[in-house]
Design a protein around this ligand. Structure first.
Ligand SMILES: CCCCC/C=C\C/C=C\C/C=C\C/C=C\CCCC(=O)SCCNC(=O)CCNC(=O)[C@H](O)C(C)(C)COP(=O)(O)OP(=O)(O)OC[C@H]1O[C@@H](n2cnc3c(N)ncnc32)[C@H](O)[C@@H]1OP(=O)(O)O
Length: 206
């Protein structure tokens, strides 16, 4: 049991699975090609990160009072749905340009109004993408502010492209912007600005 559940948490969810649309696979292949000269890198994604930065977060910022028999089973929200039903996505980063592109397909369990994605689901994938943009630049960060302009509704089960960019760094403040376009680039679905704060080692999260 332990072995299989351990195997489960180490599955890299940002690789194609049968629920991926043709569009998502095509875009994925295009970005995998961009990785060949190492200008772009695919970011792996697990249900439960066991990376050094998570260890650092737990050591330096997490008050043990927040870890109990329930929270110890915590797993990444965006990786907590069966294949195809929730967030299907793969992120690629370009360190030189301080950019992340996220290829995203929102499944049927993310519905808001019938036929379209829930605004909170859109905010989630934006938070994950902009958060990762800030995290790669600044280490352990948390979202302080996320301003989203929803320009057009995103059809449920469609594939879209998030483009996230680090705009400015002021001390512990990381300013990120992100837009969401259709695969053909013709439709702008949303525009976001976000502020991420690099956690202060002298302050535990309360
Ligand atoms: C990173 C986690 C561990 C590693 C995980 C690794 C892998 C996981 C894999 C994938 C996950 C995907 C992405 C991962 C990326 C990010 C993590 C997810 C992001 C989130 O989903 S996280 C949840 C939502 N998030 C919160 O739950 C935070 C609640 N919040 C707080 O915990 C505090 O609020 C905090 C810590 C944010 C700041 O607290 P603090 O005490 O450190 O800083 P302080 O208040 O002193 O502010 C310093 C300067 O920022 C200015 N400032 C602050 N807030 C501002 C605002 N709203 N507007 C304008 N300016 C603001 C001040 O004005 C001052 O500016 P100045 O220096 O100029 O005076």
């Amino acid at each position: 049991r332990l072995f299989s559940s351990e195997k489960l948490t180490q599955r890299d969810h940002s690789l194609p699975n049968p629920s991926w649309s043709k569009d998502l696979r095509l875009l994925f292949d295009q970005f995998m090609k961009k990785c060949e000269d190492s200008s772009w890198k695919r970011l792996p994604s697990y249900k439960c990160e066991s990376s050094q930065r998570v260890q650092d977060f737990k050591t330096h910022f997490l008050d043990p009072k927040f870890m109990n028999e329930q929270t110890v089973h915590g797993q990444l929200f965006t990786r907590s749905f069966e294949d195809g039903l929730g967030f299907e996505y793969a992120m690629f980063c370009n360190d030189a340009e301080k950019r992340i592109v996220c290829l995203f397909q929102g499944g049927p369990y993310l519905q808001g109004v019938p036929g379209f994605l829930h605004g909170g689901a859109i905010a989630t994938i934006i938070d994950a993408t902009t958060g990762m943009t800030a995290l790669l630049a600044g280490g352990i960060v948390m979202t302080a502010n996320l301003n989203i302009n929803f320009k057009r509704p995103i059809p449920l089960c469609s594939t879209v492209v998030l483009n996230s960019q680090l705009d400015k760094v002021e001390g512990r403040k990381f300013f990120v912007s992100c837009n969401i376009h259709s695969v053909d680039g013709k439709t702008l679905y949303s525009e976001t600005t976000g502020l991420f704060i690099k956690l202060d080692p002298d302050k535990r999260l309360k």
